[in-house]
Write a protein that binds this ligand. Structure first.
Ligand SMILES: [Cu+2]
Length: 158
């Protein structure tokens, strides 16, 4: 390799795929939080906003936490006025776009909690993307009362 420019160029070609980045590199997580639950409850929900800074669509395909036995990806559907939760296999995040997990919509179902979630605590959650890359986040536990506009509690049913 006598020409240093050629050598640099070939070197760049070898390194370029590494810089293409994983889904976890492309996804920026904003405002992760989990709902406080009373000590007798072992199920809660986690919320966050995911922004995709990459040029291809990414998908959240799973999540796990040392604080839970299991985390499922859920959404809500309105079934004749009753909000019901349904598992989803993934949550797409469009290229350059955002996907918001929020009460009444997409959420992380935090199941089999190993200890109660108290407001102010931090809960580690690992997000898993379609390429197997992972991102650990710290969700802040917050108090949140699920109320409908008319002041009636929302029916939460699986
Ligand atoms: Cu759920």
């Amino acid at each position: 390799m006598r020409n240093p420019i050629t050598a640099l160029f070939l070197g760049f070609l070898l390194i370029a795929p590494v810089f293409a980045g994983t889904a976890a590199d492309d996804i920026q997580v904003m405002d992760p939080w989990a709902r406080e639950v009373p000590p007798n409850m072992t199920t809660s929900a986690g919320f966050l906003t995911m922004k995709n800074n990459g040029s291809v669509e990414h998908r959240l395909v799973g999540a796990e936490s040392p604080a839970t036995g299991m985390v499922e990806l859920h959404t809500h559907i309105n079934d004749n006025g009753v909000m019901r939760m349904r598992p989803v296999k993934d949550m797409p995040i469009p290229a350059g776009g955002t996907t918001e997990l929020k009460p009444g919509g997409l959420h992380l179902m935090l199941m089999m909690l190993k200890k109660p979630l108290k407001a102010g605590e931090k809960m580690p959650i690992t997000l898993i993307f379609e390429d197997g890359s992972k991102k650990e986040i710290q969700a802040e536990v917050r108090r949140f009362d699920m109320m409908m506009k008319h002041g009636k509690p929302m029916h939460m049913q699986h």
